[in-house]
Design a protein around this ligand. Structure first.
Ligand code: ATP
Ligand code: MG
Length: 514
C-alpha cells in the first residue's frame, strides 16, 4: 500500500511539534502548518490522507478549513483537535464530515490510537475500492468476451446451428439462415425439423443431440440438397456437459454447390471422352478382325484390295483418335495456363496469307473460293505466340471449309484500329441456328443437321480457339444464318508490339490447321 501522509494544522508550536514527532515514529510522512490557509496550500500541492486540525486558530478557524478540505478532496480523513471548551463545536465538526476528534491536552498514546483507527479506515477504504475496480473489470471482460464470441458467430461464413439434448434449436447464426433459406426472423426454441425439412439431416441432428456419439467419435457428415439446387454439407459434434454427459449438438453447414457442379461437369466430360474414344476404337477393332479373318483364307487380288481398303480406314480412324487426344492435351494445357511458347511480334497479314495458301488445296478440292482480303498497308505487328495465332485462324478457316458446301466461298479479311486488330472469317456455308450459337464454344459440342451429320470432327476446335483468344485478352464473336453463311470476328489487342522483334510466320503444321 502507498505511504500515508499526515498533515498537522495547529497554531500552537508545542502541539504541532509533539504530533509530528509521534507520527514520524509511527512511520508516517508528515507535513505541518500553523494556519488554515497554509494547510490548504499543502493539501493542494501534496498527497495528504489524514489531517489533524485544530479548531481554534487565528484567521481562518478549523470549521472553515474543514469545509474547504471537504470541497477539495472528500477522501481525506480529518481528525479535529479541540480543547474541552469547544467539545460542542467538535460535535458540530463531526456533523460536517470530520472523521474523529481528540480533546486537548492529550497523551501520546491517545493520539496514536485515534490516528491508527484512521489509518485502518483508510486501508479498508482502499481495499474496498480495489475490489470494486476488479469486479468492474471482470464484468467488463465478461461483457467483451460475450460480444466477441457473438461477433465471431455472426461473421462465420459457414452456417451454425446449436441444439439442446432434446434436439430443440437454441442458436442459429446469420449464415445458417442465408444458406438454408430459413426466415431470419424465426426464433429458436422448436425442434430442428421445424426449420429444415430434410429427414436425413434431422435424424443426424437428433442422434448427435441425444448423445449417440461420444466426443471422440466422428459422426458421419450429411449432404443436403435444397430445392434451389444448392448443396450443403453438414457436419456435427456433441456438446459435453461438466459431468461428461451430452447436452446438445453443434452442427456446421458448408456450401458445396460449386464442388458438386464441378464434379458433375467432370463426369459429363469423362462420359463424352469415353464415348468419343469408344466408337472409332470399335470400328478399328472390327476392321482389323475382318482383315485378319480374310488373311487366313485365299488371297486373291480382289480380297487384297478389300483388305487394303479396310486397313486404310483403320489408319484414318487411328489418325482421328491421335488428333482427338492431341486436342484434349492442348485444351488442358491451355486451360492450365501452360502454353509455353514465348510471345513475339507476329505479322498477322503474312500469317493469314500462309494459312489461306496452305488450306487452299482443301478448298480447291471442294471447288470453293478461299480468299484473303488484306489492307494495302501492312498491319502493325501483334505480340503473341505464333502457334496460338495459327491454331486460332487455322481452326476457323478449316471449319469454314468443312461447313460450306461445294462451290461456296470463304473470305479472310483483317484490319486494325485503336490499338486492336480485327480478323473476320466468313463463309457462305450451312450456317448455325441462332439457338446453338452460344453452345458451339463448349467442348464436344457439334451441331448436327441433315447437311452436317456426315462431316467428321470432335467439337474441340472452337473451345481451343476460345481459350487461346482469351489468353491473348481478345474477343471472339459469331454471326450466322442457316443456309446463308457464318462470320467469326476475332479482335485482338496489339500491346507492346513495338518492343518485340518481328518473327516470320512459323511453318503451318497440319495439326494446327486440321
Ligand atoms: P474439330 O474438333 O475437329 O474442330 P468440329 O469442327 O466439329 O470438330 P468445332 O470446331 O468446335 O468442332 O465446331 C463446333 C461446331 O460448330 C461444329 O460441329 C459445327 O456444327 C459448328 N461450326 C463451326 N464453325 C462453323 C461454320 N463456319 N459454319 C457452320 N457451322 C460451324
Ligand atoms: Mg472444327
Amino acid at each position: 500500500m502507498d505511504e500515508i501522509n499526515v498533515l498537522v494544522i495547529d497554531d500552537e508550536d508545542g502541539i504541532r511539534f509533539a504530533c509530528q514527532r509521534i507520527l514520524t515514529r509511527m512511520g508516517f510522512q508528515t507535513f505541518a502548518a500553523s494556519r488554515g490557509v497554509e494547510g490548504l496550500e499543502i493539501i493542494r500541492k501534496e498527497v495528504v490522507s489524514i489531517v489533524l486540525l485544530d479548531l481554534k486558530m487565528p484567521g481562518m478557524d478549523g470549521l472553515e478549513v474543514l469545509r474547504h478540505i471537504r470541497e477539495e478532496d472528500d477522501s481525506i480523513l480529518v481528525i479535529i483537535i479541540t480543547g474541552f471548551a469547544t467539545i460542542e463545536t467538535a460535535i458540530e465538526a463531526m456533523k460536517h464530515g470530520a472523521y474523529d476528534f481528540i480533546p486537548k491536552p492529550f497523551e501520546p498514546e491517545h493520539l496514536r490510537m485515534v490516528v491508527d483507527r484512521a489509518r485502518e479506515k483508510l486501508i479498508l477504504t482502499m481495499e474496498t475500492e480495489m475490489l470494486e475496480a476488479q469486479r468492474r473489470k471482470t464484468l467488463l471482460d465478461l461483457g467483451t468476451e460475450k460480444s466477441r464470441i457473438r461477433t465471431i458467430l455472426e461473421s462465420l461464413p459457414s452456417g451454425l446451428v446449436v441444439t439442446n439434448m432434446r434436439g430443440q434449436v437454441v442458436l442459429m447464426n446469420p449464415s445458417f439462415f442465408h444458406l438454408t433459406g430459413v426466415d431470419s426472423c424465426r426464433m429458436p426454441g422448436e425442434r430442428i425439423e421445424a426449420y429444415v425439412a430434410d429427414e436425413g439431416f434431422c435424424n443426424l441432428v437428433m442422434e448427435i443431440s441425444t448423445g449417440r456419439y461420444a466426443p471422440t467419435d466422428d459422426p458421419p457428415s450429411y449432404e443436403l440438397a435444397l430445392p434451389n439446387n444448392v448443396y450443403l454439407m453438414a457436419k456435427g459434434r456433441p456438446v459435453m456437459g461438466e459431468e461428461g454427459e451430452c447436452i446438445g449438438a453443434v452442427i456446421n453447414l458448408v456450401n458445396i454447390t460449386t464442388m458438386k457442379v464441378l464434379d458433375q461437369l467432370k463426369n459429363e466430360f469423362v462420359a463424352k471422352v469415353t464415348h468419343e474414344l469408344r466408337s472409332p476404337l470399335s470400328t478399328i477393332h472390327e476392321q482389323l478382325a475382318l482383315v485378319l479373318g480374310d488373311m487366313m483364307t485365299d488371297d486373291n487380288a480382289a480380297e487384297k484390295e478389300q483388305e487394303q481398303y479396310l486397313l486404310s480406314r483403320a489408319k484414318e480412324k487411328t489418325q482421328g483418335l491421335i488428333s482427338l487426344i492431341g486436342d484434349l492435351l492442348d485444351l488442358s494445357r491451355i486451360e492450365a495456363g501452360a502454353v509455353t511458347s514465348e510471345p513475339v511480334a507476329v505479322r498477322l497479314d503474312d500469317l493469314l496469307k500462309s494459312i489461306v495458301e496452305f488450306l487452299g488445296a482443301r478448298a480447291d478440292a471442294k471447288q470453293q473460293t478461299l480468299t484473303a482480303s488484306l489492307p494495302d498497308a501492312p498491319l502493325p505487328p501483334i505480340t503473341a505466340d505464333p502457334m496460338a495465332l495459327e491454331s486460332i485462324f487455322g481452326n476457323l478457316v478449316s471449319n469454314a471449309i468443312n461447313y460450306t458446301p461445294e462451290g461456296g466461298s470463304i473470305e479472310v479479311s483483317a484490319s486494325s484500329d485503336n490499338g486492336r486488330i480485327q480478323v473476320v472469317v466468313s463463309d457462305t456455308g450451312f450456317g448455325i441456328d441462332e439457338k446453338y450459337l452460344d453452345k458451339i464454344f463448349e467442348r464436344f459440342y457439334r451441331v448436327k443437321t441433315d447437311k452436317t451429320r456426315f462431316i467428321t470432327g470432335t467439337g474441340l476446335g472452337l473451345p481451343i480457339v476460345k481459350s487461346l483468344v482469351d489468353g491473348l485478352n481478345g474477343t471472339i464473336a459469331v454471326e450466322s444464318r442457316v443456309d446463308q453463311g457464318t462470320t467469326f470476328t476475332v479482335t485482338l489487342p496489339l500491346e507492346k508490339s513495338e518492343e518485340a522483334e518481328c518473327a516470320a510466320p512459323a511453318e503451318i503444321s497440319a495439326e494446327a490447321a486440321s
